[in-house]
Design a protein around this ligand. Structure first.
Ligand SMILES: Nc1nc2c(ncn2[C@@H]2O[C@H](COP(=O)(O)OP(=O)(O)OP(=O)(O)O)[C@@H](O)[C@H]2O)c(=O)[nH]1
Length: 550
């Protein structure tokens, strides 16, 4: 409660922005916006048509010239062919005359050849008759011989066939036997396979039924849970409405003067302004939350949840604050987690963030608080680039009695981290907090530097770092969202700490961070002193942000 008062006072810039906005919304009407736009005209169509017509005309003239030229070629070709045909005819007539003379000479020679051929044929027939008789005798002898051979071969062949048939019969019987055995084996296999299939399908059915039953159970459980959540939400809404109603009646009662008051003339009415919750009002509430750096998505979610079931109800600024605070608490509750402490010694906490976000100050505050709570802490001033950061850490270290390990300016932070691991182990420290540089101007260098630190400390403890804290400056507003994205790529961020919530009207960004990334928020800073860092409490934060008294 003590910190809440401080938080509320320090966050007055964020809360007064929201409070003033709420007053204006409740008292005023809506805001209208008009956007108009014009369309350019298409010009190029008629010129293109004209060019196309001209091109077609040029093509037509060219086609006529080509056709005339082709006709002249055809006439020249016909005349040449006629002259050629006449020459061919006279040549063929001269050839025919020479052929007739040659045929007469051939006929005379043929008659002479026929006479000689008749004489030769008579001689040949006489000789042939004698030869035929001798041949017939020889043929008869050869036929008798062949018949004897054939008979012997037939006997041999029929013996061979008889043996062949016997062998084939034996083989057929053996094959029949083999097939019978194979059929018996196949039958047995089939029966076994059928049995296995039946067993498998039985198991499958059982598994399917079990799965269906499980799904039905899950669905029923989900349904029950959903119904219970809905009931709880409805009950909470009803309770909230009743509470508001009671409060309103109390306010109205308090505003009514008593008899003596009336007699003494102290009867001025205390009034409360209310406005009906409608679309316009909702839209203006969204705009107000967006202007408080809550981000569009988160602002929409918060306002629509707040309005659910309350459309048409009349609400005062105070009542809207209460409803908004309840919604913001609901968004932030899941991420409100203190820095986890493990039995590992030393638990290594790597602290990252852009320049000036408050890393050094936060390490100093955390170290002092842990030391005061009886934990042994060692700090490594890993931003070896900035001498001022090292000095600042030494001041915090001296104040809290915490050793601060430093290295010469510009030296390798990874080697300092390694030395710090050794010293922390030697000292039996519970916590080693390593500060790092935040120069985002060169992401590649920074990534290489962070990765090297991680590589080196893992030589001592493969699980280190056990926490990687990203420190964010609330005054950067929506820019904090892109910083989270960048550092998630550079290092394995495990939790957030938001500083400088004092003196800024952009405190709503913490709601957007919780809604968008779901990373644990361990602590918030509202000043430069040691006790200006406190564990994150969503209810306190929501009330301080909306300016609600608790
Ligand atoms: N108002 C306010 N100032 C803070 C808070 N936390 C840190 N600061 C101030 O912010 C300034 C920068 O803080 P540092 O801790 O030096 O930031 P850093 O991230 O270490 O910066 P580099 O060393 O440059 O990387 C200092 O003047 C701090 O006093 C806070 O919660 N509220």
């Amino acid at each position: 409660m003590a910190f809440f008062k401080k938080l509320k006072d320090r966050m007055f810039k964020s809360s007064s922005k929201i409070e003033e906005g709420l007053d204006a919304i409740v008292e005023d009407g809506g805001v209208e916006e008009d956007v108009s736009a014009s369309k350019p005209i298409d010009l190029a169509v008629s010129d293109a048509g004209q060019i196309q017509v001209q091109a077609q005309a040029a093509l037509d003239v060219q086609a006529v010239v080509v056709a005339e030229e082709e006709a002249r070629d055809a006439e020249r070709k016909g005349q040449a062919e006629a002259a050629h045909r006449e020459a061919e005819i006279s040549e063929r007539e001269a050839g025919a005359r020479a052929g007739a003379e040659h045929a007469e000479q051939v006929r005379i020679a043929a008659e002479k050849d026929a006479r000689q051929a008749a004489q030769v044929e008579a001689d040949r027939k006489t000789m042939q008759a004698a030869q035929s008789a001798a041949d017939a005798a020889e043929v008869a002898r050869l036929q008798a011989e062949r018949a004897a051979h054939e008979e012997a071969a037939r006997i041999v062949e029929s013996e061979r066939q008889a043996q062949e048939a016997k062998r084939a019969e034996a083989q057929r019987q053996a094959e029949a036997e083999r097939l019978k055995i194979a059929a018996r084996a196949a039958q047995q296999d089939r029966l076994a396979a059928d049995a296995l299939r039946a067993e498998d399908s039985k198991l499958e059915n059982e598994a399917r039924e079990a799965e269906l039953a499980r799904q039905a159970d899950v669905a029923a459980a989900e349904e029950t849970e959903r119904a219970s959540e809905q009931r709880q939400a409805e009950a909470a809404r009803r309770a909230e409405d009743v509470r508001l109603e009671v409060e309103r009646e109390a306010q109205e009662k308090a505003a009514k003067p008593g008899l003596i008051g009336r007699m003494l003339g102290r009867g001025e009415k205390k009034t409360v302004v209310r406005r009906e919750l409608d679309d316009d009002m909702l839209e203006r509430l969204e705009e107000l939350l967006i202007s408080a750096d809550m981000g569009v998505d988160t602002a929409l979610r918060v306002t629509s949840n707040m309005a659910e079931g309350r459309f048409g109800k009349r609400l005062s600024t105070q009542e809207i604050k209460e409803l908004l605070a309840a919604e913001i608490t609901r968004v932030m509750e899941p991420v409100a987690r203190p820095l986890p402490l493990y039995p590992t010694k030393p638990q290594v906490v790597l602290v990252v963030g852009v320049n000036g976000s408050g890393k050094t100050t936060t390490i100093g505050k955390l170290a002092s608080q842990f030391q005061a709570a009886g934990k042994k802490v060692v700090i490594a001033a890993g931003d070896t680039f900035r001498a001022a950061a090292v000095e600042q850490l030494q001041v915090w270290g001296d104040r809290a009695g915490v050793p601060v390990l430093t290295a010469p300016q510009g030296s390798d932070p990874a080697s300092l981290a390694y030395d710090a691991m050794e010293q922390a182990a030697r000292d039996g420290a519970d916590l080693l907090m390593i500060d790092t540089a935040g120069r985002l101007q060169n992401r590649a260098d920074l990534m290489e530097e962070l990765q090297k630190i991680v590589r080196v400390i893992r030589k001592k403890d493969p699980d280190a770092p056990h926490n990687t804290l990203l420190v964010l400056d609330a005054t950067t507003g929506q820019n904090a969202l892109s910083q989270v994205k960048t550092f998630q790529e550079l290092a394995d961020v495990t939790g957030l700490i938001m500083t400088k919530l004092d003196g800024t009207a952009k405190g709503g960004v913490l709601v957007a961070l919780a809604d968008k990334f779901g990373l644990p928020i361990h602590a918030i800073g509202v000043g430069e002193q040691i006790d200006d860092l406190a564990p994150f409490d969503p209810e306190d934060f929501a009330a301080a942000l909306t300016g609600l008294d608790r």
